[in-house]
Design a protein around this ligand. Sequence first.
Ligand SMILES: *Cc1c(COP(=O)(O)O)cnc(C)c1O
Length: 396
Amino acid sequence: MSNQEKVEVIDNSSTFNFKEEIPFNKPYIIGKELEYIEDAVKSGKLSGNGKYSKFCHEFFKKRYGFKECLLTNSCTDALEMAAILLNIENGDEVIMPSYTFVSTANAFELRGARIIFADSQPDNPNVDVQSIEALISPKTKAIVVVHYAGVACQMDEIMKLANDNGIFVVEDAAQGIESYYKGRALGSIGHLAAFSFHETKNIISGEGGLLTVNDDRFIARAEIIWEKGTNRSAFFRGEVAKYNWVDIGSSYLPSEVTAAFLFAQLENVETIQEKRKSLWNNYHQGFQKIESQGLVKLPTIPDFATNNAHMFYLLCDNLEERTLLIKHLRSYNIRAVFHYLSLHKSPYFLKENDEKDLPMSDLYENTLLRLPFFYELSDLHQNYIIEKINDFYINK
Ligand SMILES: *Cc1c(COP(=O)(O)O)cnc(C)c1O
């Protein structure tokens, strides 16, 4: 913080307003991102699966214990690869929460699946195990869980349900980097998992993702699907004399520009996480009073899960209150945002499906509010946000 900023705040403490908006998110550079990109360009190999991609793969396997992993251009890509790997076909049913990002569903819809939406839990937006159980049928081929805000779903119960019924589990761990379930890294538990390095996540590369493969049966084919349905990777390792079209696939691998940026972020993962956890704790601390008065609900972390500080959200009492709070914050140049619209009520889904009742999903759609959260958020700005939210509830 510069001295000038400090003076400004003290001088105008009651009327102070930031001229520039405090955004919800802001991409940032923390280490050698640009140096590594330059090195990748100069090394003469800028397409995918080069040195930096391999550095990233090694990092992930070593730190999180994934059996195999492949960088992709997005989490959406990784989910699409998962749907191909599971041989999802017309009419197969795939169970997933309605309260999720559209890519979770689209990846399976593209292969002809019937998407079956489950409800969220009362205590957090993660999918409810009983809701999944009630939806399992002989046609169920996969369950996709979403670790919302990086907080683990109830994986033991979900894996047992899946194994008892011969169903595959895909973890949408887009928000789950550096988070654990009973000591196991998210993304290492399901048969397959997908991460995102979109600029809104903890670790970023602009766009970017990762497929993790935790079941040996999928390893060889994952690499082929990744490389446009060819055995090009085996060719470069000298295992086959020529590479050929051997399966379906697409161009899922990112260029070395993306991998170089990502690797520089990974080298700083501990610094990034320390900062994010401190921001999360500041928010949590700052709202203790209004929470104890029953004015808002704050996120809770179950005993079996860790907090990777992916996001900080509040639960308002109802939609009207949330709308007023967003407006109040906008008037102070603070950008707070709601999150998913329940997919079971989306125009696309309702074209082919009847409306069903998923009350918890609707509750989060209407009451959850995400606060500005990014590596470079300063204490000054964060305290200002906390103050304005407390003002809203105390003067309501
Ligand atoms: C961000 C996100 C995605 C999409 O990630 P991309 O890398 O942008 O494709 C998918 N699912 C969830 C739960 C997400 O939060």
